[in-house]
Design a binder for this molecule. Structure first.
Ligand code: UDP
Length: 314
């Protein structure tokens, strides 16, 4: 099979690229590298099944040859990134989704959209099943991501209904692991790099807000399984173990043996108070549930950050 993966040089996209190439598929990564990093895929440079196209998918694209799957992962995904890159984020999830759907249509390819738990906003239903419509502030700072991902889901469903495009939608809950950029601003990358550098661990608000963290290999497994079904409605992929952010900070401090103190900083506007996936659909449809427990996943992630920080120091 030949896959075109937008955002394939990013955190999740590059792990999916690794997995598909390891199974003997062909992969074209399309990325403009504004938040992605070529180092994430550089190890495939000499692989004949791999191709890299430096392109912003918010602009029209033309790709020569057959493609079996278009997989749309391109988008800033950290709150810090999408606040800074607000217009780029709106464009890649609206124009970029339109362009990639068009690419899939012209190639008679299947299509997978990387959506997000952010479509649920600051949820009033807990845990969040796929049937929940969400609680999003369209004009708040996070609206640029949340609303554009909601639009991306809507246009994907429209292509499914109107053009019979064979589509999938995955709603990805908080994910972590190697290649999550050190300075990307998300909680796991911030806390681990701060702990390793003995800087204060920044917990926003009082740290009682919750998230559920899945390791990247679990997510990739779920995505691959979803592609093997013909299910076109959204599917939550996430870890059903809920943690407060303060608990996470204490755990990272312990696992890194860090001397850092935990400091409380202001909570960002519209920061969701609780987030927990209902994964009943994934369990039934994909026979999937996360395997990696948080301590084991954090240990692997910490080891990767240690390597990165040592390499920078040299
Ligand atoms: N957070 C924190 N300290 C940080 C970065 C984030 O306490 O240095 C909090 C943030 O306010 C949110 C949670 O951790 O409540 C998860 O934030 P992240 O940016 O990783 O992703 P989100 O789930 O909000 O999209």
């Amino acid at each position: 099979m030949k896959y075109a993966i937008t955002g394939g040089a990013g955190f999740i996209g590059s792990h999916l690229t690794d997995r598909l190439l390891s199974e003997g598929h062909k992969v074209i990564v399309i990325d403009n590298l504004i938040t992605g990093n070529f180092n994430n895929i550089a190890h495939h440079q000499n692989n004949q099944n791999f191709e890299f196209i430096h392109h912003n998918v918010s602009n029209h694209m033309h790709i020569i040859g057959e493609i079996d799957w278009v997989v749309h992962f391109a988008s800033p995904a950290s709150p810090v990134d999408y606040l800074q890159l607000s217009i780029e984020t709106l464009k890649v999830n609206s124009l970029g989704t339109h362009n990639t759907l068009g690419l899939a249509r012209v190639k008679s390819a299947k299509y997978l959209l990387a959506s997000t738990s952010e479509v649920y906003g600051d949820p009033e239903i807990h845990p969040q099943p796929e049937t929940y419509w969400g609680n999003v502030n369209p004009i708040g700072p996070r609206g640029v991501y949340d609303e554009s991902k909601r639009f991306a889901e809507a246009i994907t469903m429209a292509y499914y209904n109107k053009h019979d495009l064979d589509t999938r939608i995955v709603r990805i809950f908080n994910c972590y692991g190697p290649r999550l950029r050190i300075n990307d601003g998300r909680v796991v990358s911030n806390l681990i790099s701060q702990a390793l550098e003995n800087k204060p661990l920044t917990v926003y608000g009082d740290g009682s807000q919750t998230r559920s963290f899945q390791y990247v290999s679990d997510l990739v497994e779920g995505i691959v399984r979803l592609m093997q079904t013909d299910y076109h409605l959204p599917v939550n992929l996430g870890n059903p173990q809920e943690r407060t952010i303060l608990e996470l900070a204490k755990l990272i401090k312990e696992l890194t043996n860090s001397q850092s103190e935990i400091v409380l900083q202001p909570l960002p506007i519209d920061d969701p108070k609780r987030r927990l996936p209902d994964i009943s659909v994934a369990k039934k449809l994909l026979k999937w549930e996360p395997k990696k427990d948080l301590v084991a996943g954090l240990k692997e992630t910490i080891a990767w950050y240690q390597q990165q920080l040592t390499a920078v120091a040299k």
